[in-house]
Design a protein around this ligand. Structure first.
Ligand SMILES: O=C(O)CCC(=O)C(=O)O
Ligand SMILES: [Fe+2]
Length: 273
């Protein structure tokens, strides 16, 4: 690839807005996946780096993570979602051992009062991760439903839940409020690794991606996508997505089905003349 980063386009950003995540299959070369896998097996990698530092200063040159975050696709999604200089929040090599149980459904961000600003988490699967090995499950479009971290743990088998079964080199980037959990590892002898990295934006998350066509019919269709678990309340998601889209694009007159407009400043004389 010739460019040093590939910014997200409007369709990808609309998918992120509607689903709460984007998936890039097999984008990291095998060789780096193998180096990364060996690196994760070293227990030292479970120690957090100095929290709050600039992402680009966090890993030393020559380490697989240094190379991974500078891959044009990874760098491009970072730039597009949280800007050029995000802060390192934490990372973790998630290890699911054979025979492990299902991890309860949860949201990572327990206390997050922000409305449109958001953190991202990058999940990297350095090994082939078939259903048998687990893989994270995500509930698409759940990221605008703020809950207190683990209170959703009792919900099972929600219609529309997806499991990330994938090949080595797959990257998923997700909004920190997305509902998710690790699936059980039903293999006999293989540990499943998933490297997770959380980043905080240090600038306004506006027009950081290629906004060409932000109001196209195709984008509107993506933003209006419904999921089986929504039921009647899909309207609520449309409202939240339009509000989020306004902030991302800087176009505050954008709306879907007038959901936002309806609640906006009512002319003061509306009831009196
Ligand atoms: O191990 C996984 O697949 C998910 C772990 C998890 O909940 C997380 O990374 O926040
Ligand atoms: Fe989690």
């Amino acid at each position: 690839m010739s460019k040093d980063s590939e910014l997200l386009n409007v369709k990808q950003m609309a998918e992120f807005t509607a689903n709460g995540f984007l998936r890039f299959d097999e984008v990291i070369p095998r060789e780096l996946c193998e180096k990364f896998y060996d690196y994760l097996r070293d227990a030292k990698q479970k120690i957090y780096k100095k929290r709050g530092q600039l992402l680009w200063d966090t890993w030393e040159e020559g380490t697989p993570v240094y190379e991974f975050i500078r891959h044009p696709i990874v760098k491009g999604l970072i730039y597009s979602l949280v800007g050029r200089n995000p802060r390192y929040d934490h990372h973790f090599p998630h290890e699911t051992r054979p025979g492990s149980r299902v991890q309860a459904l949860h949201q990572d961000a327990e206390f997050d009062p922000r409305r449109t600003a958001f953190d991202i988490q990058i999940s990297f699967f350095p090994q082939d991760t078939p259903k048998l090995l687990g893989g994270t499950r995500f509930l698409p479009s759940s990221h605008f439903r703020k809950v207190n971290e683990s209170v959703i743990g009792r919900y099972q088998h929600i219609k529309g839940m997806v499991q990330c079964e994938c090949k080595a080199g797959t990257v998923v980037v997700w909004h920190t409020d997305l509902w998710h959990g690790a699936q059980p590892n039903q293999s006999q002898d293989q540990i499943r690794y998933m490297f997770k990295l959380r980043l905080n934006p240090m600038e306004r998350q506006q027009k950081l991606f290629d906004t060409t066509g932000y109001d196209s019919q195709e984008v509107r269709q993506i933003l209006s996508k419904r999921f089986p678990w929504h039921g009647q309340s899909s309207r609520r998601e449309e409202f939240m997505r339009a509000r989020f889209w306004r902030e991302l694009t800087g176009q505050y007159d954008f709306d879907l089905d007038m959901w936002n407009l309806r609640n906006e400043a009512i002319p003061t004389n509306r009831y009196f003349n």
